[in-house]
Design a protein around this ligand. Structure first.
Ligand SMILES: Cc1cc2nc3c(=O)[nH]c(=O)nc-3n(C[C@H](O)[C@H](O)[C@H](O)COP(=O)(O)OP(=O)(O)OC[C@H]3O[C@@H](n4cnc5c(N)ncnc54)[C@H](O)[C@@H]3O)c2cc1C
Length: 429
């Protein structure tokens, strides 16, 4: 079958990989001049295979309002129109412990599948090209992720919350404050300030550079599986005859195939609502710092999550990456909006660690998480158009879920669905 994938982010390229390796003739359309240049570019780099907490968990309406109104909070709302309000109502409906647990378990099943697929992928592809061996061409590090807690209350709450992990055979390890220091010496500053209650280590988790992965995977798709990548082409709209998609309209021509996969990330959803496919995806803008830390500089070497501040820290090669902040309903792509969130990340960095690399020369970045109210991605048929498939809405876990998302989608197109992911069929209204 001829298939066009829209978008060369980590989700689009993973979809192209599985579709092409299963014999389809795939073309990928991307508006930028390279793959992985959208939200997949400088994200937090965490592969959170065993920690799939949803965004809504705990953020019931009054707490959410309090959080976004607090002047030093990680979260804010940038646009308060009817669409955002409807989305927020659905979001807070997913905050109850029962709903949050079901959503986390569903995400967990995709994440664990992704972890297994990563192993299969690396074993297979490193036989043909040794740069994939142990994931060294994208700085893959399987050292676990340590979640650390400032308050005893949050620490004790999450110790109880790891039950779903334990039931699934995963083994998070509860650490005292001193054990956290043994794991990452740079946390001693927090301990000295009496701001380190303890931690939970998720040993199965990993970190890696999602941009390098996407870029190398696109190259592999091209060279080994004959995928065609067309860059600098902006999708304008999806043409249809009310029964199926008939083509993809771009600035220079119409692209035609038998089936179409939508993986355009957070900012192009109007295109779908224009043809009556409602994805419920809200852009949630986040920021990152990439700090140079070659031999002269000391910086944390472990992958860490500051649970209460919702900031992630990863070491990818000579770069120390800091990611966080959530601006709900932001579509502002301009750099002048950088100052407050960047300050938030820098202030937290300075107050958490004694050593963090060359902060003066750090690079700033922002991206838009495609977030759905229940944090569950759309990996499904569009229902309204039998030849249109969706692979979007991965929120803050797109890198983690990428391989599974590509494989599940490709299996769906090939009619090889697994009952384990039946819940994905009910996501689209
Ligand atoms: C600060 C931050 C930290 C994060 N940390 C993590 C983390 O640690 N772990 C994790 O798993 N996830 C993390 N995420 C989330 C993750 O980055 C996203 O879920 C993931 O990148 C989404 O991938 P995507 O392919 O759907 O979107 P994108 O990467 O945005 O890809 C969409 C592609 O479509 C292209 N496109 C858009 N519109 C058009 C058009 N009209 N025509 C042609 N092309 C178009 C874009 O240029 C882009 O290349 C983080 C996100 C942020 C913002």
């Amino acid at each position: 079958m001829r298939i066009i994938v829209l978008g060369a982010g980590v989700i689009g390229v993973s979809s192209a990989y599985y579709l092409a390796s299963q014999g389809h003739k795939v073309t990928v359309l991307e508006k930028n001049n390279e793959p992985g240049s959208g939200c997949s570019f400088a994200n937090g780099s965490q592969l959170s295979y065993s920690h799939t907490k949803t965004w809504a968990e705990d953020l019931f309406f009054s707490k959410f309002v309090k959080t976004v109104l607090h002047p030093t909070s990680f979260a804010s709302i940038k646009k308060f129109d009817k669409k955002t309000l409807n989305w927020l109502v659905k979001f807070t409906k997913n905050s109850s412990p029962k709903k949050a647990l079901i959503n986390s378990q569903n995400l967990y099943s995709i994440a664990v599948y992704s972890k297994d697929l990563m192993k299969v992928f690396l074993d297979k592809e490193s036989q043909h090209n040794s740069s994939w061996s142990n994931g060294r061409n994208f700085n893959y590090k399987k050292n676990g992720i340590l979640h650390f807690y400032r308050s005893k209350k949050a620490y004790e709450r999450d110790i109880l919350n790891i039950q779903y992990n334990l039931l699934s055979g995963n083994r998070p390890i509860v650490y005292s404050a001193n054990q956290c220091i043994e794991h990452e010496a740079n946390l001693v500053k927090l301990l000295d300030k009496k701001q380190l209650a303890g931690g939970i280590l998720y040993p199965e988790d990993a970190s890696a550079d999602s941009y390098l992965f996407t870029k190398n995977l696109a190259k592999l798709c091209e060279e080994k599986y004959g995928v065609e990548f067309v860059y600098n082409v902006e999708v304008k709209n999806l043409l249809n005859n009310y029964q199926k998609i008939t083509g993809i309209n771009t600035q220079d021509k119409v692209y035609i195939a038998d089936a179409y996969v939508y993986a355009l990330g957070a900012l192009s959803n109007k295109m779908l609502s224009g043809i009556n496919v409602n994805t419920d995806v809200l852009p949630v803008k986040g920021y990152s710092l990439s700090i140079n830390c070659n031999e002269e500089y000391i910086a944390p070497t472990s992958c860490l999550t500051d649970v209460e501040k919702r900031i992630v820290y990863s070491r990818i090669g000579n770069v120390f990456r800091v990611g966080g902040v959530a601006e709900f309903a932001s579509t502002d792509i301009h750099k002048n909006s950088y100052s407050k969130p960047i300050k938030f990340l820098k202030n937290n960095l300075l107050s958490t660690f004694s050593n963090f690399g060359d902060i003066d020369s750090c690079k700033h970045w922002s991206g838009f998480r495609p977030l759905r109210p229940n944090s569950i991605p759309l990996i499904c048929n569009s229902k309204k158009y039998p030849n249109l498939y969706l692979n979007t809405g991965h929120g803050s876990l797109g890198w983690t879920l990428s391989l599974a998302s590509g494989k599940i989608l490709s299996d769906l197109i090939n009619n090889h669905t697994s009952p384990a992911f039946d819940f994905l069929n009910n996501e689209l209204n």
